[in-house]
Design a protein. Sequence first.
Length: 344
Amino acid sequence: MSHRNFSITGALLLLVAFLLLWFWPDFIRSGWTKVSALKTQPAPSPVSVSTPQPEQSFSSLTPRTLEQVKLEKLKQVTNKVIAALNTPITFYGKVVDESGKEISNVRVGYALLDNFNSSGSTGHLSANETGHFEISGVKGAVIGVNVSKEGYYQIPVLSHQSFAYGIEPDGTIKLPPVKGSPAVFVLQRKGLAEPLIYLSSRQVEVPATSKSTLIDLATGRVGQGELEIRSQLSGDFQHRYDWRFVLSVKGGGLIERLDDFQFEAPQDGYESSAEVSMSASDPAWKSSVTKSYFAHLPNGNYVRLQIQFYPRDYRNMVVLESYLNPKPGNRNLEYDPQKTLPNR
């Protein structure tokens, strides 16, 4: 069973790191006193019984005593890890669609961080008629939960979430929900898909000299077609450099697609070209960028594109994926693999 957005190994490393960082600074701060207490002292003479002795130096400890201190700290951390992995979990959740309507009979999968030496336990169940579910009778430091149902899209972050039980929550692992306030998971309802021409991800090399490269979005052939790509690079390629890609559709246009679940192409607002560029002086400089667009072709067809730009001095290219509706004027670009049309 796949649990995207949840890594047992990653969560385990976070747990160990957390416990080490929690205990070790305490050892450093008060180490002199603790170490002195652990060191075997010689029997005091009658005169020295009431005389305070200076605290022993850490550097004066024997290798054997130092090893005992390390083992004691390791034992403390190990016990804490074991306790965290055995934290009882009772989890409450519910599943809704993008409009907030509860979804019944959703498949709920979960993975537990409950084992130090191997992958955690997994399981699954179904949400009830009102979309609610409960996971109980299990233990772990973290639980990762994901929901899915035929006819719905999973939404990153909203359909897959992780929750902390035996460790502190952070930016990716949330506080556990309570019975009166369950964790909410969201699925996006699928619409009616049209038969589309789908071209899977393919690499297209683009000269870095502003020379145009043409791509046919119905066949994927390079050297002809409606989509034109130009690129230019300059600067020190060992470090940051200026780069630029320009896309254009002659007789048609492009508009950036900002919502992953927008499948209907806009009716207007298209521009004849779109540019993606990066200056070497930009603090947020990147060596690759991914963009999504709608394209309106001269023959009236609409296309949904995803393009990854890879500006390189040795192999400048884009990776292109496209969905084309062959019916002129039809702006529905929602894809169902079972309705895929052959390339022209």
